[in-house]
Design a binder for this molecule. Structure first.
Ligand code: NDP
Ligand code: 8X3
Length: 252
């Protein structure tokens, strides 16, 4: 499908940048947002001549900034067809009793509040036009606990349940909601989680054929390109090299 206006949060790296690349087709209009402007400028340059691209430096934790960005969209970019709520992060893997409380705040503010703000500010236009699609990037961590996943998994459980509840509110409209739950994917995710420790980040993917950002972008594109009457509710996607573990048992 072309001729769509697509708003992507966290487009400076990983899944968001891959979504920008895959949706960069003639007739599409892309709104690419993230805090770092340089990678957005590089992406815009790379994709020049494909879609029409509008970039916005935006921290999704800042409610007024999100409102300002949506209100100030150029006329050609105002009628958003697809919102990809992708910006997010994990910080740390410490157990709950040792964690840095600021890290928990950052994850809640980004992964929960950022999704709330972008959705609440962009959804009214979709409802008014009776057309649109919200794609929320959750995680396997929303369903499957692991040591050190504490608040990160909690924020993604919010994203999954928020997506389902949005569908309930939107029943009777033609606005679709999809929740994607990726497993381990090699992006900047682990570098961010381990606060710039490249060696520690590389260990996560060592010997594993992890998902790529392009794999997830293709999944998003597939969900968006279903016929308008088909709503893909939830998709869990893992690398062939990842599966679940048995229950952990503590023995004295
Ligand atoms: P990356 O670290 O590669 O990309 C994260 C993106 O989010 C960056 O563009 C970053 O941009 C943006 N971002 C972070 N904080 C903010 C903020 N406050 N405001 C605006 N943008 C922000 O990670 P991924 O691409 O892997 O992650 C994308 C999403 O996928 C996240 O929600 C993550 O939780 C989720 N996910 C990742 C998995 C993985 O294994 N990689 C698996 C499952 C889910 P900038 O720093 O420029 O602001
Ligand atoms: C990212 C996948 O397993 O690191 O959401 O939580 S995981």
């Amino acid at each position: 499908m072309s001729g769509q206006t697509i708003f992507i949060t966290g487009a400076s790296a990983g899944f968001g940048a891959a979504c920008a690349r895959i949706f960069a087709q003639p007739g599409n209009r892309l709104i690419l947002t993230a805090r770092r402007i340089d990678p957005l400028l590089a992406l815009q340059k790379d994709l020049a001549g494909t879609a029409d691209i509008h970039i916005i430096p935006l921290d999704v934790r800042d409610r007024e900034a999100v409102k300002g960005a949506v209100d100030a969209l150029p006329p050609a970019f105002r009628e958003i067809d697809v919102l990809i709520n992708n910006a997010g992060l994990a910080l740390g893997l410490e157990p709950a009793h040792q964690v840095n409380l600021d890290d928990w705040d950052t994850m809640v503010d980004t992964n929960i509040k950022g999704v709330m703000y972008c959705t609440r500010l962009i959804l009214p236009g979709m409802v008014a036009r009776n057309r649109g699609h919200i794609v929320n990037i959750s995680s396997t961590a929303s369903s499957w606990p692991y040591p050190g996943g504490n608040v990160y998994g909690g924020t993604k459980a919010f994203v999954t349940q928020f997506s389902r509840n949005l569908r309930c509110d939107l029943l009777g409209t033609k606005v679709r909601v999809t929740c994607i739950q990726p497993g381990m994917a090699e992006t900047e995710f682990s570098k961010v989680r381990f606060k710039g420790d490249d060696a520690k980040a590389a260990q996560v993917y060592d010997g594993v054929e992890a998902l790529t950002a392009a794999d997830i972008a293709e999944t998003v594109q597939w969900a968006v390109n279903r016929p308008p009457h088909v709503n893909i509710n939830t998709l869990e996607v893992m690398s062939i090299d990842q599966a679940w573990a048995p229950f952990a048992i503590h023995r004295e």
